[in-house]
Design a binder for this molecule. Structure first.
Ligand code: SF4
Length: 439
């Protein structure tokens, strides 16, 4: 019998999504509902990364409180809650239960107690026993390989509330992946704050390579990729291992944040321009490589020379995808006390970079025209009922977009299956393709 209805909102990154899935696993006795107004328990798993994410979290909490029914329980968990635990408890009396990043595994107990706040001193890291409810796909799952971070990036508060690097063992990851393969999952995205440092806290020199080699041996894993490589812990050997793998995609997600030497030094990124470019060039030489990065615009002391260098580099290198973030000044970071750049200048710079990135993304899509690629047929498209949505196995789920299928060649249609597609055309910023065969 159901304990009642549960509405869960997972904000922020896919690492937070894994924690939300752990909570859903603990609350299996509830019926999941899309409608907060009739739900008995409402959980907002918050993100506290930058200002805009904080605002989104608070607005979500308040708007759900406005529509919730009497006697329902409103729970706030996750990064924002951990980071501003005292302030939020004072300022949001609407919330019944506050919990941070250490208590996902005991959310059922907290809800049974109904009211209060609990913050474990330890950061929770999902493992093979977490028994998550995977959301959003019957074939793809995120696997969190570590939690926390040992880097000291000047702009980032994550280590202050997620703690130092804390890796799972390779065996624990293998067990979880095997169990998911048994349930029909065949595609895995491995995530953490800094994936290339995986295992260093356990004394592993090349932990990520060990993990790749172990996961490759699991029968039933057909597609895998790693997100969040950190420049100074990414080796040529790692880049080459990924390129040689039969199941790991030549997908390189390495947030560089900037390219100018002086800014990289102020950001405390470990590697300067030359070494960062050496890594990127190595990735680019691999067949069929796909390179994604993210950039922070307007960090203190980013002068116009440094910004122009960044623009020039992005124009020349032509990443396949780039995320652009406005610098956000965060308490308890090194950059917090530095002289900020005016918001007006930051916004102008963001607009310039967005235009550059719009063009380089189109260049990346154009390169695929006429090619034949493997895709996962994901469902009907949001464009038109006659168009299907397919994602190249090379692209990350929900991150890199999709291809519209306008001709199925009368093949049997099974959502979640892998097909071979010929890319025939581009309309705006979306590729069109024809299904050629099943795989
Ligand atoms: S690598 Fe840098 S930006 Fe990423 S979580 Fe660690 S400190 Fe933050």
């Amino acid at each position: 019998m159901s304990n009642g209805k549960l509405h869960l909102v997972s904000l922020g990154c896919n690492k937070n999504l894994v924690d939300s899935e752990v909570m859903l696993g603990r609350l299996r006795d509830y019926e999941i509902s899309d409608d907060a107004s009739i739900s008995d328990v409402i959980i907002v798993n918050t993100c506290g990364f930058i200002n805009s994410a904080k605002e989104e979290s608070i607005n979500t909490i308040l708007s759900l409180h406005d529509i919730r029914k009497d006697n329902s329980i409103l729970v706030v968990s996750g990064c924002l809650s951990e980071r501003y635990r005292e302030e939020l408890q004072k300022e949001l009396p609407e919330v019944d239960i506050f919990t941070g990043v250490g208590d996902y595994q005991q959310i059922d107990r907290l809800i049974a107690k109904k009211r209060g706040a609990t913050f474990s001193p330890e950061v929770y890291l999902a493992n093979e026993n977490s028994n998550r409810v995977i959301t959003g796909s019957l074939t793809h799952a995120y696997i969190k390989i570590s939690e926390g971070c040992n880097q000291n990036c000047s702009f980032c508060a994550i280590p202050t509330f997620k703690g130092r690097l804390h890796s799972r063992t390779v065996q624990s990851i293998v067990k979880e992946v095997k169990a998911l393969v048994e349930k029909g999952y065949y595609e895995f995205s491995f995530i953490s704050q800094d994936s290339s440092s995986f295992g260093r806290d356990l004394g592993l020199k090349d932990g990520l390579i060990d993990m790749i080699e172990a996961v490759e041996k699991i029968k039933g894993v057909r597609v895998a990729r790693i997100l969040y490589l950190y420049p100074s812990t990414t080796s040529f050997n790692l880049i080459d291992t990924i390129a040689k793998s039969k199941v790991f995609q030549t997908y390189y997600d390495m947030p560089i944040q900037h390219i100018d030497d002086e800014v990289l030094k102020i950001m405390k990124r470990g590697f300067g321009e030359r070494k960062t470019i050496e890594l990127l060039d190595r990735m680019k030489t691999k067949d069929n490589s796909f390179i994604r990065t993210s950039i922070i615009v307007g960090h203190p002391e980013e002068n116009s020379r440094a910004f122009n260098r960044l623009c020039q580099f992005l124009e020349e290198f032509k990443f396949d995808r780039v995320n652009i973030f406005e610098y956000s000044s965060e308490e308890s970071t090194l950059a917090y006390s530095m002289q900020p750049i005016s918001q007006e200048v930051i916004e102008k710079r963001v607009a310039i970079l967005e235009e550059i990135v719009r063009k380089t993304t189109i260049d990346s899509l154009n390169k695929m025209l006429g090619k034949t690629v493997d895709v996962i047929l994901e469902g009907e498209s949001d464009e038109h009922e006659y168009l299907l949505s397919a994602r190249p196995t090379l692209w990350a789920k929900d991150i890199d977009g999709d291809i519209l299928i306008n001709d199925t060649s009368d093949l049997p249609i099974n959502f979640g299956s892998i097909y071979r597609v010929k890319i025939t055309d581009i309309a705006g910023d979306r590729l069109l393709g024809t299904l050629i065969s099943t795989i």
